[in-house]
Write a protein that binds this ligand. Structure first.
Ligand SMILES: [Zn+2]
Length: 126
């Protein structure tokens, strides 16, 4: 099975569970919030796909827009590619990221998000 390679501008998406202050006061309550981060950090410095730097294990981006209401615990709202299962394609000595790979979000229980790779002419096996 092949997947689209992940690159600059592709996203990490998911939902986060956070303890948030209720609007208007009251005790904090568990709240599910969307997570959407454009991947732009820790990309390959030398390998490009369709003109964009390819994403690697540990490539990252910040959640935007930021969570609202803000969680009680002010975790850094960063997504990071975590798992590139059975990847045999290496870039700069590490596995390359691809559509569907697991990614860390700021979820308080550690539930993963997913890499969502856009259109790309470069595919990798998994
Ligand atoms: Zn979050």
């Amino acid at each position: 099975m092949t997947k689209r390679i992940a690159k600059r501008g592709d996203t990490i998406q998911g939902t986060c569970l956070h303890l948030c202050h209720a609007p208007g006061g009251g005790p904090p309550a568990p709240t599910t919030l969307p997570f959407h981060a454009s991947i732009h950090a820790r990309l390959s410095p030398t390998v490009f796909a369709d003109g964009q730097a390819v994403a690697l294990l540990a490539s990252a981006g910040e959640n935007a827009p930021r969570h609202a209401p803000p969680p009680v615990l002010g975790r850094q709202e960063v997504g990071t590619i975590l798992l590139v299962a059975n990847r045999t394609v290496l870039v700069n000595g590490g596995p390359v990221g691809a559509d569907g790979d697991a990614a860390m979000t700021c979820d308080e229980k550690g539930a993963p998000g997913r890499v969502v790779a856009g259109a790309c002419t470069v595919l990798v096996g998994s």
